[in-house]
Design a protein around this ligand. Sequence first.
Ligand code: RNT
Ligand code: ZN
Length: 416
Amino acid sequence: MNIEKAYELAKEQYAAIGVDTDKVLEKLQNAVISMHCWQGDDVNGFLFKDVALSGGIQTTGNYPGKANTPEELRADIEKAMSLIPGKQKLNLHAIYADTDEKVDLDKLEPRHFERWVEWAKKMGIGLDFNPTCFSHPMADSGFTISSSDEKVRNFWIEHCKQSRKIAAYFGKELGQVSVTNFWFPDGYKDIPIDRESPRRRMMTALDEVFSVDYDPKYTKDAIESKVFGIGAESYTVGSNEFCVGYAVSRGKMCCLDAGHFHPTEVISDKIPTVLLYTDELLLHVSRPVRWDSDHVVIMDDELLAIADSLVRTNLLERTHIGLDFFDASINRIAAWVIGTRNMQKALLRAMLQPIEALKKIELDGDYTSRLALIEEYKTYPFGAVWDYFCQKNNVPVGTDWLKEVKKYEADVLSKR
Ligand code: RNT
Ligand code: ZN
């Protein structure tokens, strides 16, 4: 197939509706997607052996070949990144520390992540970070930073403080901001008497965590809300109102996870709304299937709507796009490639719309044309532009990447 030829034809068709595909590809080239390390080993990490995943999140499946060491995980991520066009960074969780020392979460230091930084330098990518406030005996009560037990609370406050220190170190070493995302599973299985005190404790604890100033060039903080988790069905401390209120009043970012709201609520509508009140935003692009199941991101209506929200009102520059899914039932590298490429495809599709013209039609009240045009544009040759983008980036076009994943599975994963 002649990719250039198909691109030239597509370019003409888009030019006829006022869209410059070359400019669009430049824009797409600069859209950074933060890939989450935890897809590679089912959210296990390397710090502790044989701990069960807790906090109400779950991986299901036992597809062979998961990464067991930092070296294996890095090799897998390199493989995945070699099959994805555009720019990526890597999103690390604290439990992925790469160290020979025996160290607990509250004592983690930048030095425990030196090998990650060296690798990121070699790869020319940035790193994001997350304290891991789950899968740990200190989280067994179902509460972490909002616990009524001072010892427990302080342990998590320390862990969160150390996490910001590590992120600031990433930012400084790698010359690009490292976003630190705070998610706490805290909540009650059954109906609480007091809905205020845990939230007040979380608020005070976070204020303590953020009492240390870091240069926003190096690290910025986000807090992630959730509606419920398994084991915390009746009450979640870090609800949406809690997190939006906290972020707005403290100059922090919200993290909107696509799986953390009621089933008919969508983050595509929340993105432009939250950004009216905060400078920047973090996304956890995920796919909830009936619950916060964290399925691999596909090109479904909500993903397209998320991309539309980011592109149509110029919110890309103020948004950090992170992915958050973990599927252990399929090849884990394929999962990364599918999800990340889909996020990029959705952005590309959004960018290929004549946005200014459509906005004018809307303001003129011509809703007939708005609907008619948007529906027609859906069959415009966006695939030709995507293929050309992949080729330009020297990554496999179309389904070719799958062969490489299969080969890697036979050569490397099957031998683990
Ligand atoms: C859990 C949150 C959180 C985690 C990761 C591993 O529901 O979405 O972001 O998935 O931190
Ligand atoms: Zn998330």
